[in-house]
Design a protein around this ligand. Structure first.
Ligand code: NZQ
Ligand code: ZN
Length: 393
């Protein structure tokens, strides 16, 4: 296990009707003028926005609103949010929605006290100050409710890039599994895929003797394997929704990633797909992961064989561990298919002729140096081959 620091001070309120206390939590964490930031309208239709506003009013907290965050959130609305917060003297950002809304909120939070262009933070500059952020989560997926990360797409060039800082970790996050019951099955499945991806990205490590985090990851993958089909079959299954929601937080607040190197190449390769085709991030990952895993498998075949046995129930072939590894990857792919995820370019809406463009932005866009580092370092040729493998799935 490698040395690490871990600081994860988000306060979580979990369970039925938890959002009724939103105003109390805003007050507790220092907010006195709030921006309520949200997406394309699901929280308006479900009545959640009204309930959150009522909770703020009950505590006498003034607020202003900015809706319209799109999945794969764009920089344009972030600039708008920063201006609005400055004009209204906002001192607290309340994200009500999914990962996209939370990430846009984090970007606004970092941008308000900063003199320059907030995009600097998405090009490697460290965040030094940010407004506090709180969240009311409506989809179990990105894990942004407990993570220090934010991913934004810059319209000029359609670069989808991330930043990270403990300063933008939410001060509190409200997780009521009931709020996720209105999700369409496809979004539920895409969210589950993203959660599993966050676990796999940490499982693919070059660190040794990391038993505790290996076992935590396996437990969470097993939970997702069990609960996701239950929720697809019955969207109102509260207990399954609850387990998935907490698994989503645990998968990405890095409690499973400390003390070990991590991969993240599947995420980088996917981000170009959701930037170009505006697909759901989880759906893009469903197409990406099996191809990446097959491509890098021989780097440490026992890692893939281990997850195949412990999570996917494959029998260990000691003479040919690569067969076990491959069987595990196939089992994962079949699982993704069974929950309604795409597994090739066509099903995702991606085009083979775009591969050179995808590789160019992936390897060189926004200041990249031509390679992706991770479990295995990938160059342009590797990335081209991986996208080609994804064409047919
Ligand atoms: O916009 P509204 O109308 O709210 O609809 C959303 C959106 O269309 C809908 N939705 C959310 N909750 C709902 C609901 N519809 C009905 N009922 C509900 N309860 O679902 C759609 C997707 O929402 P979005 O916020 O985009 O989903 P998700 O949480 O998957 O976030 C995806 C974004 O997070 C980034 C991804 O790249 C992508 O941009 N990520 C952020 C990470 C982080 N900050 O730590 C890590 C991840 O790896 C990921 O990259
Ligand atoms: Zn993700």
């Amino acid at each position: 296990m490698e040395n690490f620091t871990f600081y994860s001070p988000t306060f979580f309120a979990f369970g039925k009707n938890a959002e009724a206390d939103t105003g109390k939590y805003v007050k507790r964490f220092g907010g006195s003028r709030v921006l309520i930031h949200y997406g394309g309208g699901s929280i308006v239709r479900s009545g959640l926005l009204d309930r959150v506003k009522a909770s703020l009013e009950k505590e006498g907290i003034p607020f202003t609103e900015l809706g319209g965050v799109k999945p794969n959130p764009r920089s344009g609305l972030v600039y708008e949010g920063i201006e609005l917060c400055r004009k209204e003297n906002v001192d607290f950002i309340l994200a009500v929605g999914g990962g996209s809304t939370i990430d846009s909120s984090k970007a606004i939070a970092a941008g308000v006290p900063y003199d320059g262009d907030f995009w600097d933070f998405y090009q490697g500059k460290a965040i030094e100050k940010a407004l506090p952020v709180g969240t009311v989560l409506t989809i179990a997926a990105a894990g942004s409710e407990g993570s220090p990360d934010s991913v934004i797409t810059k319209e000029e060039g359609m670069f989808k890039r991330g930043t990270g800082s403990d300063l933008i970790r939410p001060k509190f996050s409200i997780l009521n599994p009931e709020l996720t019951q209105t999700l369409p099955a496809y979004q539920t499945a895409a969210g589950a895929t993203d959660i599993m991806a966050h676990l796999y990205e940490r499982y693919l490590t070059n660190s040794t003797e990391v038993e505790v985090t290996d076992r935590l990851i396996e437990a969470l993958l097993l939970t997702m394997k069990y609960e996701t089909p239950r929720v697809i079959a019955n969207p109102d299954n509260y207990e399954a929704r609850a387990n998935i929601m907490w698994a989503g937080m645990m998968a990405h607040n890095n409690s499973c990633g400390v003390g070990r190197s991590q991969d993240w190449n599947s995420h980088d390769i996917e981000h170009e797909l959701s930037a170009l085709y505006d697909c759901a991030h989880g759906a893009g990952l469903a197409v990406t992961m099996p191809a990446v895993f097959k491509y890098v498998m021989n780097h440490n075949v026992m890692r893939f064989a281990q997850v195949a046995v412990r999570v996917w129930g494959c029998e260990m072939n000691f003479d040919h561990p690569e067969m076990t590894a491959l069987e595990g990857i196939e089992a994962f792919k079949n699982f993704l298919k069974s929950i309604g995820m795409p597994v090739n370019f066509e099903e995702l809406g991606a085009r083979e002729e775009d591969i050179p463009k995808l590789v160019d932005v992936l390897c060189h866009g926004n200041g990249r140096n031509g390679t992706l580092s991770g479990f295995v370092t990938l160059n342009e040729e590797d990335c081209t081959k991986i996208y080609q493998m994804m064409v047919r799935g």
